[in-house]
Design a protein around this ligand. Structure first.
Ligand SMILES: NC(=O)c1ccc[n+]([C@@H]2O[C@H](COP(=O)([O-])OP(=O)(O)OC[C@H]3O[C@@H](n4cnc5c(N)ncnc54)[C@H](OP(=O)(O)O)[C@@H]3O)[C@@H](O)[C@H]2O)c1
Length: 249
């Protein structure tokens, strides 16, 4: 088993592609997982050709928890990854989603439950391995519920609290969990929705995430870009009695 294997769940995201290329460049073997297995196969072929590293591929559909068992068994046959990145996310269609019970469930599956369920199958091996870093991509949306996207905010907040709890639970086993509270990043998900001057390139975001994951010192929670920590501090300080009266943004 190569001790330098990294798993990227949500490998087709712009962030996932940049991160996978960064690790391949450093000579790590890769495991890619996503639901769009055709695009994933193209990404994997490109990485093999460019960096001459081993790239494994598995399907990951957030709603298919039954499929997690064969997928995680395969991963563990290749060896427990030392770096695990969860990049999956979907802001959905807020206006219609809140009126549809199936979509309410779906939003929770994609942004939180799928991630926790998949990791549940890996934890026994991760604990044995000890020196494992898990990076979960959350969002500044999880810091405060907003009328414009209640389900996404709620799911990202759940992911945040889950990370806190598992970080404490697994600390004694040498497992480190970083929650990235991501601000605006250039991607398919944010295309045309975020002001360009406030939007970080996915390559820059990946570079910062990679530095954090490989640092000896633990990073528990981080805002990327960093200035979002100040913005969100101010937003969290607004009393709920005033917050509920503000115009939707
Ligand atoms: N872009 C931003 O401004 C921003 C801000 C805050 C947080 N984030 C977070 O950053 C992460 C990366 O997102 P991104 O901006 O790079 O967007 P993206 O390019 O749309 O990536 C989203 C990823 O999630 C996967 N995915 C979506 N639904 C899925 C499902 N049902 N099952 C399995 N995989 C699914 C997508 O796979 P497919 O290729 O199969 O669709 C894709 O790999 C997400 O967690 C997102 O919430 C982004």
């Amino acid at each position: 088993m190569n001790e330098r294997t990294a798993l990227f769940v949500g490998s087709t995201s712009a962030l996932g592609q940049s991160l996978a290329a960064t690790y391949a460049q450093k000579g790590w073997n890769l495991i890619l997982a996503t639901r769009d297995v055709v695009t994933q196969a193209e990404i994997a072929a490109d990485l093999r050709l460019r960096y001459q590293v081993i790239v494994h591929e598995i399907p990951y559909q957030a709603t298919d928890t039954a499929g997690f068992t064969p997928c995680t068994e395969k991963i563990l046959q290749w060896g427990c990854p030392r770096r695990i990145f969860f990049l999956t996310g979907d802001p959905g269609e807020p206006a219609s989603d809140i009126l549809d019970p199936e979509r309410v469930l779906y939003m929770s599956m994609v942004n939180y439950v799928g991630i926790a369920s998949f990791l549940a199958k890996l934890y026994p091996a991760i604990i044995q391995e000890k020196n494992v870093r898990i990076v979960l991509i959350g969002s500044v949306a999880g810091d405060r519920g907003r009328a414009v996207n209640p389900l996404y905010c709620a799911a990202k907040a759940s992911l945040d609290v889950y990370a806190q709890a598992m970080r404490q639970r697994l600390y004694q086993h040498g497992v480190r969990i970083t929650l990235v509270r991501l601000g605006y990043v250039d991607s398919r998900l944010s295309y045309g929705l975020t002001p360009p001057w406030l939007t970080l390139s996915s390559r820059d975001a990946a570079r910062q995430i990679c530095q954090i994951a490989d640092k000896t010192k633990d990073t528990n929670i981080i805002y990327i870009p960093r200035w979002w920590s100040f913005v969100m501090l101010l937003i969290r300080l607004i009393p709920e009695s005033l917050w509920k009266r503000l115009p939707h943004f």
